[in-house]
Ligand binder design. Structure first.
Ligand SMILES: CC(C)(COP(=O)(O)OP(=O)(O)OC[C@H]1O[C@@H](n2cnc3c(N)ncnc32)[C@H](O)[C@@H]1OP(=O)(O)O)[C@@H](O)C(=O)NCCC(=O)NCCS
Length: 441
């Protein structure tokens, strides 16, 4: 970083990431990646990114795959993995290869996570990695006459055991194998393990690192956000590249079973997970049960997010000061826009029922989310709520936003037209303009 423009870029970027850092701290993320990730030069960077997430207080469970490493060992023995109906058949030789490959891959990941060289991004980092028999498996058995041997499926996840490790600040590293109460080892799919673990932990996010972007074949464009219902339609339409199908299925299932958000992220883009998690629009595909941005009634848990949103505006004199206690007491009056765990906007409606009047207050949006009609949508929401309460006149007191309100149907009025209890609270020093909008029934 040589000049002042680099400095200001860095400062701006770092500040912009603050709300995401707040939103993600203490959350549980399960990340899965295929064995392919270990086979190119990007893997060390990916591990550094995991270390960074861990340092930022994110509770991390990593689930690795090992397919290329298993296939390499099979080929060396002159064998090939057999697939029937898209499922692997794991015979005794294949199981040996799985155990060898998984062991080697795990050791390599642990080694990278242990790195702390002074001249590397991992300098001073001390990450403890916990692996273990957290996944209980059962055999797939014989299906349509085919014996799948040591191929298994997840029977149970020891969520309590994993949580205990996460509570100590450890990164949990899981392999695509499971153990049965009979003492056998089963070959599992990394995505199935990741999904089952994310569901069992009720994780906040499942990050599926993929080998390519999730693109809709019909229009050739990357899918940025999608709900589980939309995913189901897309999977039926066959409008996805083959590689994306299992990932989107896993993401959809995880969200339907209680995981809040799943992200498909192209791991070939250096730093893709960081861009997805710490920038406004990310670059992966976000899958969620409900649309990922919602406008809803505020709850007590939103007070921190509202304060973070309005404090800079209070400091600029655009909004009046509101304490945490005030917000907690008045929370029922607030509506918020929430996006992926972050409060983007808010507005309050204070009703004066005897005078069929209401006051719109504390209308605010985060700076980087303005200009997309969210302000208008918040206003419409407050107007609808007002009408349902029999409010006929909606007032607003503002110092710097009069034109915005005038462009949205408000007209200037004077203090005498305010509800009487509100008149006595008017602060002449602030000298706010008073505007009113008459609401049609
Ligand atoms: C007022 C606010 C909620 C509007 O939200 P928004 O999503 O940007 O609004 P919309 O997308 O519906 O409208 C954007 C338009 O309003 C304009 N606008 C934004 N703030 C304005 C202001 N203070 N005065 C005049 N116009 C304003 C924008 O320039 C834009 O106009 P353009 O499309 O011609 O460029 C948002 O700008 C905000 O949070 N401002 C700071 C807090 C504030 O002033 N709150 C009101 C306190 S009473």
């Amino acid at each position: 970083m040589n000049n002042s423009s680099d400095h200001s870029c860095f400062v701006r970027w770092f500040r912009d990431s603050t709300p995401y850092i707040h939103a993600h701290r203490g959350r549980t993320f399960v990340v899965s990646f295929g064995g392919e990730a270990l086979t190119d030069g990007l893997f060390a960077n990916l591990v550094h990114d995991f270390a960074l997430l861990n340092s930022l207080g994110i509770r991390l469970v990593l689930v690795h795959g090992a397919r290329p490493q298993v296939e390499q060992r099979m080929n060396a023995r002159g064998c090939q993995m057999l697939y029937v109906g898209g499922l692997r058949v794991t015979d005794a030789v294949a199981l040996e290869c799985v155990k060898e490959a998984v062991g080697t891959v795990r050791v390599e990941i642990e080694a990278l996570l242990s790195m702390g060289l002074a001249n590397s991004p991992m300098a001073g980092v001390r990450i403890r990695v916990a692996s273990g028999n957290f996944v209980v498996a059962k055999p797939l058995g014989v299906r349509d006459g085919v014996d799948f041997g040591h191929t298994g499926e997840v029977r149970r996840v020891d969520a309590e055991g994993i949580r205990a490790q996460l509570n100590q600040g450890d990164v949990v590293l899981l392999s695509p194998i499971g153990y049965s109460p009979t003492g056998e080892v089963f070959n599992l799919g990394a995505e199935e393990v990741a999904t089952s673990v994310a569901v069992a932990l009720r994780a906040d996010k499942l990050l599926l690192l993929t080998e390519q972007d999730c693109i809709n074949i019909t229009d050739g464009r990357p899918i940025r956000q999608i709900t589980t219902d939309e995913s189901a339609i897309l999977l039926q339409d066959k409008s996805l590249p083959n590689e994306s199908i299992p990932h989107l299925k896993a993401a959809m299932n995880a969200c339907r079973r209680g995981v809040q958000r799943a992200h498909l992220i192209n791991r070939r883009i250096d730093g893709a997970s960081l861009l997805e998690l710490f920038t406004r629009d990310g670059l992966g595909t976000l899958v969620s049960l409900t649309p990922f941005e919602t406008m809803r009634q505020a709850e007590i848990k939103d007070v921190g997010g509202i304060l973070e949103l309005i404090t800079p505006l209070e400091n600029q004199g655009i909004l009046v000061q509101r304490s945490r206690e005030h917000l907690e007491m008045q929370i029922a009056a607030y509506t918020v826009i929430e996006r992926d765990g972050m409060i983007l906007g808010c507005a309050a409606l204070h009703a004066f029922p005897e005078e069929f009047a209401g006051e719109l207050a504390c209308l605010a949006l985060r700076e980087d989310y303005r200009g997309d009609n969210r302000g208008e949508r918040l206003l419409e929401h407050v107007e609808t709520k007002s009408r349902s309460l029999g409010i006929k006149q909606l007032f607003v007191l503002t110092t710097q936003t009069t034109h915005w309100f005038r462009e949205h149907g408000f007209e200037y009025t004077d203090i005498a037209s305010l509800p009487s209890t509100r008149q006595v609270q008017y602060n002449p020093q602030r000298n706010s303009k008073i505007l009113v909008k008459r609401l049609a029934a």
